[in-house]
Design a protein. Structure first.
Length: 393
């Protein structure tokens, strides 16, 4: 164990490598289920923590705090195994399934050495998951396929579907329009144009990608991570200083207005359309027909002019549909009276029976088609890009 920990002296300096070795050697020995009994992954995790523990512990109180983890996650010097270890600690700290003890090195080593259990974090598994994400990174490319692609997007662990659905609709409209939003600034930053705003964004660190909270597009470039970061910065800037998050992405982690995002992206005003009439069995047939006719006109007008449209669910009883979620509306077929939707999760779904509200709709990479009368029963509201310019943010 000591010999392996000393290999870190090459990257971090002889003093820190020796400190890492001393941590592993002289801190109190854990019980029989300690790291010595763990597999190779657990050993690597503990060694990665030992190699950088002193650097992460900014106030030198022998305990890693959440702010210290946040600072380290933002620091590009933490790469590879160090980044994966940081992400594992942060993800475990954020979990609501258990309460962690203070993150001293000895406590971390003890947690990593315990057999997996539902009431405690599996740090080795979280570490390995982070390594896999890091190893899947593209080499700093904005667009690995030349242009951004809708079929590579997978929403991550944060609730930012309201940001992803509008950019998905724009991407479907014109990939070049989305690509033109991004321009590299040196080797470590990118300028992201959000409407009239130009947001300077640092390229994501290994630890940020290892967290897996942002959308998963790592095999097709960094553009989506940069978009989420830019949107997070804009949302963070609207808050008072005492309410701002240290991580700007956390500012978009709990949902928001898709209509606001459409307006930010296009500079145009946005109109809403309620679908609550479709869920009222007592509504007069004439009212239902009037509202459906109005909806079909708006759909034909918006899709004919290639304007951005999103729609959202509240509670949904249809298998395969995500409740409290925002979708992009990509097309309307007036002949068959169907619309094409895209789920930012990029999910796959096969109905167990005939397609419809009872069994769901065949879905491939988030794309599916639904008849308009069934759509209004399952979705709650819509946002349509208009042609009139919006007021400045």
């Amino acid at each position: 164990m000591i010999g392996r920990s000393l290999v870190f002296t090459t990257k971090y300096g002889r003093r820190q490598g020796v400190l890492a070795a001393l941590l592993l050697l002289f801190l109190p020995v854990a019980p029989s289920w300690s790291v010595r009994a763990q597999d190779k992954t657990g050993d690597q995790f503990v060694e990665a923590v030992a190699a950088r523990f002193y650097a992460w512990d900014l106030d030198h109180n022998q305990t890693l705090s959440m702010p210290e983890l946040d600072v380290a996650i933002k620091d590009p010097v933490n790469t590879g195994r160090s980044a994966a270890a940081l992400a594992a600690l942060k993800r475990a700290s954020l979990s609501t399934n258990y309460t962690l003890p203070p993150l001293t090195f000895n406590n971390i080593r003890e947690l990593a050495g315990r057999p997996p259990a539902g009431h405690q974090p599996n740090l080795a598994r979280l570490y390995l998951d982070g390594l896999r994400r890091i190893n899947g990174l593209t080499n700093g490319e904005l667009f690995a396929s030349g242009l951004p692609r809708l079929d590579t997007i997978r929403q991550g662990r944060i609730g930012d579907c309201f940001c992803l659905a509008p950019i998905g609709a724009m991407l479907h409209r014109d990939p070049q329009e989305v690509a033109s939003m991004f321009s590299m600034e040196g080797g470590y930053h990118c300028v992201v144009k959000i409407g009239s705003e130009a947001v300077l964004v640092a390229l994501p660190t290994d630890a940020e990608r290892a967290m897996g909270r942002m959308a998963n597009n790592s095999h097709d470039g960094l553009w989506l991570d940069l978009y989420e970061e830019a949107m997070g910065q804009l949302h963070n800037s609207l808050k008072s200083p005492d309410q701002q998050s240290y991580s700007s992405v956390e500012a978009i982690a709990s949902g928001g207005s898709a209509g606001r995002i459409i307006s930010d992206l296009t500079g145009h005003k946005v109109s809403g359309f309620s679908l609550e009439f479709g869920k009222d069995p007592g509504a007069p047939a004439a009212l239902q027909d009037t509202r459906l006719a109005a909806l079909r006109r708006k759909l034909a007008d918006a899709t004919g002019q290639k304007r951005l449209v999103t729609c959202s669910t509240q509670q949904s009883t249809t298998p395969g549909l995500t409740p409290h979620h925002v979708y992009a509306l990509l097309g309307y077929d007036p002949i068959n009276d169907t619309i094409e939707l895209w789920n930012p999760h990029g999910n796959e779904f096969a109905p167990k029976g005939p397609p419809g509200p009872a069994n769901g709709y065949p879905t491939r990479r988030g794309l599916f088609t639904i008849p308009v009368p069934e759509f209004v029963q399952q979705f709650s509201g819509m946002a349509f890009e208009g042609m009139e310019l919006a007021a400045h943010r």
